[in-house]
Write a protein that binds this ligand. Structure first.
Ligand code: 4AD
Ligand code: MG
Length: 431
């Protein structure tokens, strides 16, 4: 038997086919058994009739349960009553792996499904999201290759903080300790003096104490860093990257998006539009005038403020020039307006909030040292990083995309946990 996928079988139309997969649904009587089989491509209804088999074979069909793995051979034909419009009349089948009574049934709690995540990833919903995630990551690789970037990898075990000491995960390191990466950035800043234009995607860790629908403790950040880029250039580049990836996903995954009830046309239209760039001070003005919300200059935007702000936009936007005092140590102040930093966030519409964070990088060792000292850091640990400013520094900039945040938005799902196969949060580190 030469096996083909369920999707290929349906494309063939009326013919003899051999397929294999897992039982998605089953029901039957003492004469006939209906099986909906799934593989990674689709699902299809298959009919096993008692008359066509020996008693022994028929008895084995009676015992088929949900998630039994099997291969089967038969005639495929169109049938409007079947779930995907096709049905296979089975004339041969083999059970590969029997299944115990499957623990996942309808209407189970989100916590139960998270406990059974290793099985739940087989669900149509999660496998659809994982397909979209896979296409997104491939599209991003294509984009950076076309733009002439090198892939550059940084260590995951790092002696320094990048985004504030309070969310570091400490790791025992022989007789010493070290930390899990909060960002690829500091090492990328070393890399750009060798390769100029680099990117990566890697696991990233934050001991976030917030239990929100957008925070994970372990997530994937997709970062870029480039020599000779300033704030203006890097923000334009971020829009270009996202537009490229969203377009590819919308074009190639329209069926998957439909399963998730996300209209791919909406995404394609969004890509064609201009995505505004505004300054933080302008964002505060919009919040005040259009939402009656008074936010004082000086802090990062909170979730609620981002949400309110984005009710006034139909596309992603970029907000630049956040208050210097609230920003990470490597974000430089604007020489013209010193209380503002040369940094940016990209915010997604439809309530998804910040999806990208980035900036131009400071070249002022003294200012960075002061900033770190204020945060109680030992500046000796950053001496290697300051070397990058001592030996032929050039202007450079970069950003990080929160992959799960973008996937959650593209798929229009309400919790970031479903954008990653095995989520890690403050309250969950298993399975
Ligand atoms: O804004 P962040 O903290 O920026 C940085 O780490 C920079 N060092 C990146 C750079 O310039 N190379 O994080 C970047 C993005 C955020 O915009 C958000 O989308 C995502 O990473 N992110 C998280 N996603 C899920 N769970 C979390 N706990 C996240 N923290 C940040
Ligand atoms: Mg940020």
């Amino acid at each position: 038997m030469t096996f083909i996928s369920i999707k290929e079988a349906m494309n063939k139309g009326e013919s003899e086919v051999s397929i294999r997969g897992w039982v998605y649904r089953e029901r039957g009587s003492n004469k006939i058994k209906f099986i909906v089989l799934r593989d990674s491509s689709d699902i299809i209804q298959c009919v096993i009739k008692k008359d066509a088999f020996s008693d022994e074979k028929w008895n084995s069909a009676v015992g088929i349960q949900i998630e039994t793995s099997m291969e089967l051979h038969g005639t495929i034909k169109k049938d409007d009553r079947a779930p995907t419009g096709y049905e296979i009349s089975v004339n041969e089948f083999n059970i590969i792996g029997e299944s115990d009574t499957y623990p996942i049934t309808k209407d189970q709690s989100p916590e139960f499904l998270l406990d059974k995540r290793h099985l739940w990833i087989r669900s149509r919903r999660l496998s659809t999201i994982m397909k979209i995630r896979s296409r997104y990551v491939q599209a991003r690789d294509e984009f950076f290759r076309k733009e002439g970037f090198y892939r550059f990898d940084a260590p995951i075990l790092q002696p320094n903080q990048c985004e504030g000491g309070s969310t570091l995960f400490e790791v025992k390191y022989y007789k010493d300790k070290t930390y899990l990466s909060q960002s690829w950035q500091l090492y990328a800043e070393a890399g750009v003096f060798a390769l100029e234009k680099i990117y990566n995607m890697g696991p990233t860790f934050r001991a976030e104490k917030s239990k929100t629908s957008r925070h994970l403790s372990e997530f994937w950040m997709a970062e870029m860093e480039a020599a000779w880029f300033d704030l203006e250039k890097v923000t334009a580049f971020a829009k270009k990257e996202l537009k490229y990836c969203i377009k590819k996903v919308a074009e190639d995954c329209s069926e998957e998006l439909k399963i998730l009830e996300r209209d791919s046309k909406e995404l394609l239209e969004m890509v064609e539009k201009d995505w505004p760039t505004i300054k933080y001070r302008k964002a505060l003005k919009i919040l005040k005038e259009k939402s009656g919300m008074n936010v004082e200059f000086g802090k990062d935007l909170r979730t609620i403020e981002e949400e309110k702000l984005m009710t006034h936009f139909k596309t992603p936007i970029i907000v630049t020039h956040y208050p210097k005092e609230a920003m990470a140590f490597y974000k430089p102040k604007d020489p013209e307006i010193p209380d503002e930093a040369l940094c940016f966030d990209m915010l997604a519409p439809e309530g998804y909030g910040e999806i990208i964070g980035g900036s131009q990088r400071s070249t002022n060792i003294k200012e960075m040292e002061e900033e770190l000292e204020k945060q109680g850091e030992n500046i000796k640990n950053y001496d290697w990083y300051f070397d990058l400013r001592r030996y032929g520094s050039v202007p450079h900039a970069g950003y990080g995309v929160g992959v799960e945040r973008v996937i959650a938005w593209i798929c229009k799902i309400d919790n970031i946990k479903d954008a990653i196969p095995f989520p890690r949060t403050m309250l969950r580190k298993e399975p």
